[in-house]
Design a binder for this molecule. Structure first.
Ligand SMILES: CC(C)(COP(=O)(O)OP(=O)(O)OC[C@H]1O[C@@H](n2cnc3c(N)ncnc32)[C@H](O)[C@@H]1OP(=O)(O)O)[C@@H](O)C(=O)NCCC(=O)NCCS
Length: 156
């Protein structure tokens, strides 16, 4: 899977995505350090221990470089940035039964604004799975010759 590049100067406004979800009971907000356990457990249960490890780095940043989606005070999605490498977006995921409602896109846009606020002009999506999702949401393009990227030498 290749890395993707996103121009952070052309990001959509975040507010309407967050407000729209708020109306249907989903909150998009920055994670807090005292939520490390439930967030990591959500990621381990729904995705992988490796992704939970990656977001631990985001929890060590101040402000925390991780957005979460919540419903009824439970985590239903997450997106990290500046976790795995500088200027990187990810990992990200939404609980299976909550997909297709705009949550992943809102988390993505919130995180990319976070990267822009750190001073970056371009963001990198490392080893992107669903390319069309990133292309359609934020105009991401494939970085030529970016495979294998940083995940080439994974421990088993
Ligand atoms: C990728 C993921 C985070 C998207 O979350 P989501 O909440 O379902 O996405 P959204 O509802 O915000 O989708 C926004 C748009 O992208 C489209 N889209 C969503 N997932 C897509 C996919 N896998 N491939 C192509 N398009 C996709 C939606 O149809 C929607 O289109 P629309 O704006 O025309 O309606 C979610 O599918 C997921 O958790 N996947 C498993 C983990 C994963 O692959 N993470 C990324 C690793 S790089």
């Amino acid at each position: 899977m290749p890395d993707l590049l996103v121009n952070l100067l052309n990001l959509p406004e975040l507010e309407s995505f967050v407000d729209g979800l708020n109306h249907v009971g989903v909150r998009i907000r920055r994670a807090q350090p005292f939520e490390i356990t439930p967030v990591r457990e959500f990621i381990k249960d729904n995705f992988s221990a490796a992704w939970a490890d990656e977001v631990s780095v985001g929890f060590a940043n101040k402000p925390v470089t991780l957005f979460i989606a919540t419903r009824d005070a439970r985590v239903i999605g997450f997106a990290g940035y500046e976790c795995t490498r500088k200027a990187f977006f990810g990992p990200t995921g939404v609980a299976e039964k909550e997909r297709g409602r705009g949550i992943g896109k809102a988390l993505l846009i919130a995180s990319l604004w976070g990267l822009r606020e750190l001073g970056y002009v371009y963001g990198i999506i490392g080893a992107a799975g669903p390319f069309e999702f990133y292309r359609d949401a934020v105009g991401a393009i494939v970085i030529p010759d970016s495979e294998p990227g940083i995940y080439a030498d994974l421990l088993k």
